[in-house]
Design a protein around this ligand. Structure first.
Ligand code: ARG
Ligand code: ZN
Length: 868
């Protein structure tokens, strides 16, 4: 394994040149594309008359010709290798024209210019633009771009790039061209090009100031009928950003293209978003309610980047959370306004706890603003995105809605058209509020999840309730000693009757220990703390299980009700695990069964909320509550708890199942989705009982479902029952959906996550299925990621075959798509937390990977951090 260089924040230097204009020409041919880049450049005035070498980033392609001014340069007059293109000296002002040849059909890494089916497209963030043409591939170099595309008219009738179409026409030999101009200066990571035979869905939006914007969503022809939900979501997002943040769209055209082969979710290229088709295409027959929500959220996210990311961009990649954390916060707020706010909050926090907390406790732990990276792609993480959004949310809590909006306004006013830093953002927030946010800034520079404990002291004589909070953050590879964080805590007091005794207010922890006193508090008052999850901390309290059952039923904050329920479940499962490990019989406490049945009776409440509150934490979430993870005991304990609840409450679960069945299958309103989620939760409890009637019920829903939400919910349950039932369901589902690639992804993922004994062998078999390919990231995620990340029982098989299989796939994938291979490898990150045998086996796989001669830089970084 070769060593690779770390890029460090402290080494940041501004670029020595200014790019005044970029003119790109793409001449698309059947087996190659010729790219010509004409750069108008000038030396930074501060360096005029200095001899400054020009060093551009460059991919592994060959240069065809270089023209500087009017001079054709000889190869000896410039330097070009696999990473850089350089000129020893330049005049102060100059033009440079570089031509090179690309082979997009051979580009399986899917960064730069590549082919997806019949479409040629680009993905440049973070550093893919250098694979298109030599360029200062860094976000602080901003320039206006124009782009000419020339291609065969029959094969590529649609030619798109950023900005506005200024010219197009026919050429000889059945070829045609289009010229695009983007008037806004942008960094090259926002450049995009699409060429293909695409269908388009057109619509229009009038901005608050009365400008008409044409909205075009492109997809493969057979999918165009599936784009209307994405279009509705786009218009909702445009209206919302005007209303909530006063931000209007700035071009006359907004384009979205759905692509089948895509490494990430989507990309906010200026005026030409490119999307993973999964986040565009939907109808109720083929997409679940969760898919519909996902599309709404991602469409909005990319749209919101137009201001937070594009108009105001990043000084360097270390600041990534400046655009991602902020934009995730904005899309979360949008989804909360469009749907149920508490349910959205629960989803977000569940995801944070399930995926970001473990990331922050393992070898990949990094501050929201990392200090160094080998490959930036590895830092598109839960920490930068989701924890980054929590940090913004804390600022929002500390300032309040009005001051936060003032801060945002000032941010756009001051920094429009610039490449800035997190200090710039926090600076405007400090300025408008008059607050000192220096300690707060530690959230950006210090890694790790603070553990906060809360204890109560009540004095009956004085009627004073004191709440003492203590925070500790474990040292890690980033900082050997942690300073206390500035932690906002929203607190309210409630009495036994569930009435508010003291209104919700914000308190701030700034020291290792802080105590807040409340007077005139009657006995039997409950504090509701960290309401709406005011800060990304691991909270422990002195609440007993009875207290938690009370809070689950009566907390005035639905998020905290959910949190109390989850804590109760986790406590119960921990007790069961202890029993299993001590070889004692398992029992479920009657208090828990009662709390659960009480909640179920309360079904007139928000059903979407209820279905979240009654969902057991996943095994992958439960593991985070253990120092040493006992995979089998956790699986057994959770299964036992689920079966016990199902057995004891079978008739109640059936009643609720029936009550929630009336929703019209195509109705995607909040109420209809809520009914389906509660109904399918009840079915999933019932489905773990081995019982012919129940099996028939699930089977019937599977066969007669009027939409994918219900069909898929039943399919999942059948996949765990027994091999015959699973196989029959798999055949039926495949026969019905084999032509729909996104539905086939669901088919792969259900099989990968089955709890049945032969799952690993099934997964191996599926890697040879004609619809499976390692070249398509969605397929790899559906089968291999789903197995490695969401099927702990089988990935962590005691015989080590799960590890062997996944490690072998990672190495195979690394030759095709290094970004995705590196992501997959994070399934080994927590190897030190498993029992001795598993540790040895996981480590061995990491070492085998490390021992490879040709490891990509992406995978090298993940493997070497895991082994450090
Ligand atoms: N900026 C895109 C988004 O969050 C994601 C780009 C992902 N790039 C990557 N190298 N993983 O909307
Ligand atoms: Zn983003």
């Amino acid at each position: 394994m070769n060593e690779h260089k770390k890029i460090q924040l402290k080494d940041y230097r501004p670029f020595e040149f200014i790019v005044d204009h970029v003119d790109l020409i793409f001449d698309i041919r059947d087996d190659h594309t010729r790219v010509t880049s004409k750069l108008k450049m000038r030396k930074d005035p501060a360096r005029a008359n200095e001899t400054t070498p020009l060093v551009l980033n460059k991919g592994t392609f060959d240069i065809v010709s270089v023209v500087a001014g009017d001079m054709v340069l000889l190869p000896s007059e410039y330097k070009s290798d696999d990473e850089t293109f350089s000129l020893l000296a330049t005049p102060d002002l100059f033009e440079l024209e570089i031509t090179n040849i690309l082979k997009p059909d051979e580009n399986t890494a899917l960064e730069g210019l590549y082919r997806s089916g019949n479409i040629l497209c680009t993905q440049c963030e973070a550093q893919g633009f250098r694979n298109i043409t030599p360029y200062p591939d860094r976000p602080d170099v901003m320039a206006p771009f124009s782009c000419t595309i020339v291609a065969d008219k029959a094969r590529y009738p649609v030619l798109l790039s950023n900005g506005n179409l200024v010219k197009s026409g026919d050429l000889d030999n059945n070829r045609h061209f289009a010229v695009w101009e983007d008037p806004f200066k942008k960094p090259c990571y926002l450049f995009a090009l699409v060429a293909g035979d695409l269908a388009v869905l057109k619509d229009q939006f009038t901005t608050a100031s009365g400008r008409d914007v044409a909205l075009n969503i492109y997809s493969e022809k057979e999918d165009i009928a599936l784009c209307s939900h994405a279009m509705t979501s786009l218009k909702q997002a445009m209206a919302w950003d005007e209303k909530r943040f006063g931000r209007e769209y700035d071009l006359d055209l907004y384009q979205i293209v759905a692509i089948n082969d895509f490494n990430a979710g989507a990309m906010e290229n200026k005026g030409l978003n490119i999307f993973n088709a999964k986040y565009v295409l939907a109808d109720p027959q083929t997409a679940t309610d969760d898919d519909f929500m996902g599309i709404q959220g991602v469409i909005a996210h990319e749209y919101f980047h137009n201001w937070t990311g594009n108009r105001v961009t990043l000084k360097n990649w270390f600041q990534l959370s400046l655009k991602e954390g902020l934009t995730v916060f904005r899309d979360q707020e949008f989804s909360s306004d469009m749907n149920s706010r508490p349910v959205k909050r629960i989803r977000v926090v569940k995801n944070l706890m399930a995926a970001q907390f473990p990331e922050d406790s393992g070898p990949m732990t990094h501050p929201v603003r990392p200090d160094s990276y080998i490959k930036m792609d590895n830092f598109y993480t839960m920490t930068v995105y989701e924890k980054g959004a929590e940090v913004i949310r804390m600022i929002y809590q500390l300032l309040g809605q009005d001051l936060f909006r003032k801060g945002m306004d000032l941010y756009f006013e001051k920094f429009d058209g610039m490449a800035v830093t997190l200090e710039d953002f926090v600076g405007v927030m400090a300025k408008v509020s008059g607050r000192n946010l220096d300690q707060f800034f530690l959230w950006y520079t210090q890694s790790g999840t603070p553990a906060v404990s809360m204890t109560r002291q009540y004095d009956e004589n004085t009627e004073i309730l004191s709440l003492t909070f203590t925070q500790t953050t474990s040292p890690d590879r980033n900082q050997s000693e942690k300073k206390p964080f500035h932690i906002p805590v929203r607190i309210s007091l409630i009495n036994r009757a569930g009435e508010t005794v003291k209104q919700d207010a914000l308190y701030e922890l700034t020291k290792e220990t802080d105590t807040f006193k409340f007077d005139n508090v009657p006995a039997d008052t409950y504090p509701s703390v960290f309401r709406e999850f005011t800060a990304p901390v691991r909270l422990t309290t002195d609440f007993s299980d009875q207290d938690l059952a009370f809070l689950m039923a009566r907390d005035t904050d639905p998020f905290n009700q959910w949190h109390a329920a989850q804590t109760l479940f986790v406590n119960e499962i921990k007790n069961l695990v202890t029993a299993i490990q001590a070889n004692k019989p398992m029992t479920v406490s009657s208090g828990l069964v009662k709390a659960f049945s009480l909640a179920l009776e309360n079904r007139e409440k928000d059903r979407a909320f209820l279905s979240k509150a009654l969902t057991l934490p996943l095994e992958t979430e439960i593991k985070n509550h253990f120092k040493i993870i006992d995979v089998e005991a956790i699986h057994q304990a959770r299964t036992f708890l689920k079966q016990t609840l199902a057995k004891k409450l079978a008739s109640e679960l059936k009643t609720v199942y029936e009550i929630c069945r009336s929703a019209n299958p195509d109705d995607i309103s909040g109420a209809a989705m809520a009914d389906r989620s509660l109904k399918n939760l009840c079915l999933s409890y019932l489905g773990c009982l081995v019982n012919k009637d129940i099996q028939d019920l699930v089977q019937k829903q599977f066969e007669t479902a009027g939409n994918m939400t219900d069909e898929f919910a039943a399919f999942k349950i059948l996949s765990h029952m027994n091999p015959d039932v699973r196989d029959e369901a798999c055949h039926a589902f495949y026969d019905k959906w084999q032509t729909r690639t996104l539905v086939i992804d669901k088919w792969f993922s259900v099989q990968a996550q089955s709890s049945l004994e032969d799952t690993l062998d099934q997964v191996k078999k599926l890697t040879a299925h004609k619809d499976f390919t390692m070249a398509n990231p969605n397929k790899v995620r559906a089968l291999i990621f789903a197995f490695a990340m969401n099927n702990p029982m089988h990935f962590h098989r005691a015989d080590g075959r799960g590890y062997e299989f996944v490690a072998e796939r990672i190495l195979a994938l690394d030759k095709i798509n290094h970004q995705t291979a590196a992501r997959l490898c994070s399934c080994f990150n927590l190897w030190k937390r498993y029992d001795g045998n598993r540790q040895v086996m996981m480590k061995k796989q990491l070492e085998t990977m490390a021992g490879q001669k040709e490891l990509s830089r992406n995978l090298y970084e993940i493997v070497s951090r895991a082994l450090e």
